[in-house]
Ligand binder design. Structure first.
Ligand code: 6GU
Length: 249
């Protein structure tokens, strides 16, 4: 997959050299390119923003600079499905479901806004075209200073779904928010050695060697945790889906 990130702080994306994402890049699974938006400015001060029409606080990013940048970057790609990702606190919530959808694209272009955001005509302009698909996404109900952290989140969440990035694909199956057979619940708690630490023993059932009892216990823990921490996730589940998960243990 090819991913382009455009930002006025390209250094923010340096972390994508590390860990599994860094390895995916070196292995050629992920072709990630980071661009400096100011490369598409035309004035001596390399201006990317201006005051908002209608008044109000802060600055708005200029559509002409973004338009030149995105036309160039989008034009570099080959054929295939391209999604233009616009991180914004007023976007749709990013979920594992939307991450799975983004992971099926051939190409992502992530445009990181700063200040009070990007002139709204940019999203409308590209959404009005045949391609790319445009997705305005938000990480959650809080405010960040710009889209760079969201770009880090999208790249990491998508990259680990690409074939060959996570060593053991089984580890993708049981995780919290997975949409597979155990989907919809938070993950059960996990333990390793030593069997007792700080006066706290590991639950006996995990040392029993009884796979059926371990599976039942984990399912119960996942349910209990989800009810307590994320009742909204239980509400969102079809009762049949809950039953199916229970019969699977
Ligand atoms: Cl994607 N951007 C900004 N600036 N703030 C956010 C966000 C995105 N998601 C949550 N808060």
């Amino acid at each position: 997959m090819r991913v382009d990130v455009v930002s006025i702080f390209p250094g923010y994306l340096d972390a994508l050299d590390l860990s599994l994402v860094g390895k995916a890049r070196r292995d050629g699974v992920l072709d990630l390119r980071v661009h400096d938006l100011r490369d598409w400015t035309t004035d001596r001060h390399r201006t990317v923003d201006d005051t908002p029409f209608g008044g109000g606080a802060g600055m708005v990013m200029r559509p002409d600079v973004w338009g030149r940048a995105l036309d160039d970057v989008l034009g570099e790609g080959g054929s295939g499905r391209t999604v233009l990702v616009l991180p914004t606190p007023s976007g749709e919530r990013l979920t594992q479901r939307s991450v799975e959808d983004l992971a099926t694209a051939d190409r992502l272009v992530i445009a990181c806004g700063r200040y009070e955001g990007i002139d709204a005509r940019v999203a409308d302009h590209y959404a009005g075209a045949e391609a790319p698909e445009v997705r305005e996404i938000s990480l959650g109900d809080y405010v960040l200073n710009g889209g760079e952290v969201a770009a880090l989140v999208v790249v990491e969440a998508v990259a680990r779904l690409l074939p060959g990035v996570v060593g053991n694909p089984e580890s993708l199956v049981e995780e919290s928010h997975g949409t597979g057979s155990k989907g919809g619940l938070l993950e059960y708690p996990v333990y390793t050695k030593p069997a007792e630490w700080a006066g706290r023993p590991v639950p006996d059932v995990l040392l029993s060697g009884h796979h059926g009892k371990v599976a039942r216990w984990r399912r119960d823990q996942a349910l209990e945790r989800t009810v307590r921490r994320r009742p909204d996730l239980i509400e969102a589940l079809e009762p049949a889906e809950l039953d199916r998960g229970d019969r699977a243990v």
